[in-house]
Design a protein around this ligand. Structure first.
Ligand code: ZN
Ligand code: FE
Length: 257
C-alpha cells in the first residue's frame, strides 16, 4: 500500500491509499473531489473506499462527487456521524476493523474535536516498518484539534489512546498547522530542547514549502504539549498538578494564540 498526500484548500491534506498492482485506491477525508479524481486517473486506479474521520465539510466535501464518479466506493465513518457524512454506508465503532489492499486498520473512537470523531490505525507490516495513523483533526503535528463538540476529559482520553501506539507510527493528520502549533508550544515549553530543535527544522521546511506531515509519534510525544498533560514541567508552568486541568489550560491558551 502506497500513501500519497494531496494538499488542497488552504491547509488541508487528503490522503490516497494506493494498491498499484490491483489498480485500486482508497481516500481519507476527501475535502474536494477534483484533485482526487485527477490523481486516480493518472494512476489508472479505481476508488473503492472513502474513509472519513469526522463530518466537517473540509473532510467530507468531496464525498458526493466521488461517489458519482465511483458508485461502487464504500463510505466509512463513525457510528455517531450517522446523517452527517454524505453517502455514509458503514458505521464504525471503537475496535472495529476495516481492510484495504490486504492491510487491516483498527478503528479508534476519539471524540473531542467532534463528538463522533474516529481514527484509523494501520499497524506495521514488518518489525522495522512504520505504522500509519489517520487521525483527522484529533492529533496534529505539534498540536491537537479544537474542542467543538467534546470536553477536555474526552479529548485527553482520546489522545491517550493514540499516545499508546508505537513511537514509529506515522501521524497523517489532516492539516498543515505544524509551524503555528510549534510556535505556540515554544511559549509553554520553553526549556524543551527537542521542541526548539523541531521548531527550527519545521520553520526551515516551511520556508522551502515542504510538507511537515506525516510526523512520527515518538517525536510528538517529546514535543507536542497536547500529548504532555502529565509532564511535571509543563504542569508547573500551567500552575496545576492535574492532567486534565493542564490540558484544559493549554487548549484555552492555544485558542487565544
Ligand atoms: Zn474538523
Ligand atoms: Fe479540518
Amino acid at each position: 500500500m502506497d500513501i500519497e498526500r494531496l494538499p488542497v484548500l488552504t491547509d488541508n491534506y487528503i490522503f490516497l491509499l494506493i494498491d498499484r498492482e490491483a489498480k485500486i485506491a482508497a481516500v481519507v477525508d476527501p475535502a474536494v473531489a477534483t484533485p482526487v479524481q485527477q490523481r486516480l486517473a493518472a494512476l489508472g486506479c479505481e476508488l473503492i473506499a472513502i474513509f472519513n474521520t469526522h463530518h466537517h465539510s473540509d473532510h467530507v466535501g468531496g464525498n458526493r462527487e466521488l461517489l458519482r464518479l465511483f458508485p461502487q466506493a464504500c463510505v466509512y465513518g463513525g457510528v455517531q456521524d450517522r446523517d452527517r457524512i454524505p453517502g455514509q454506508q458503514v458505521f464504525l465503532e471503537e475496535g472495529d476493523r476495516v481492510e484495504f489492499a490486504g492491510r487491516r486498520a483498527e478503528v479508534f473512537f476519539v471524540p473531542g474535536h467532534t463528538r463522533a470523531h474516529i481514527a484509523y490505525y494501520f499497524p506495521p507490516t514488518a518489525p522495522e516498518a512504520p505504522g500509519d495513523l489517520f487521525c483527522g483533526d484529533t492529533l496534529f503535528a505539534g498540536g491537537c484539534g479544537r474542542l467543538f463538540e467534546g470536553t477536555p476529559t474526552q479529548m485527553v482520553d482520546s489522545l491517550s489512546k493514540l499516545r499508546q501506539l508505537p513511537d514509529n507510527t506515522r501521524i497523517w493528520c489532516a492539516h498543515e498547522y505544524t509551524l503555528k502549533n510549534l510556535q505556540f508550544a515554544c511559549t509553554v515549553d520553553a526549556d524543551n530542547t527537542a521542541l526548539s530543535q523541531r521548531f527550527v527544522a519545521v520553520r526551515a521546511a516551511r520556508q522551502r514549502s515542504e510538507a511537515t506531515v506525516p510526523s512520527l509519534l515518538g517525536l510528538e510525544k517529546q514535543t507536542n504539549p497536547f500529548l504532555r498533560w502529565d509532564d511535571p514541567g509543563l504542569q508547573a508552568t500551567l500552575g496545576t498538578a492535574d492532567g486534565v486541568r493542564t490540558f484544559t489550560r493549554l487548549r484555552g491558551k492555544k485558542d487565544l494564540f
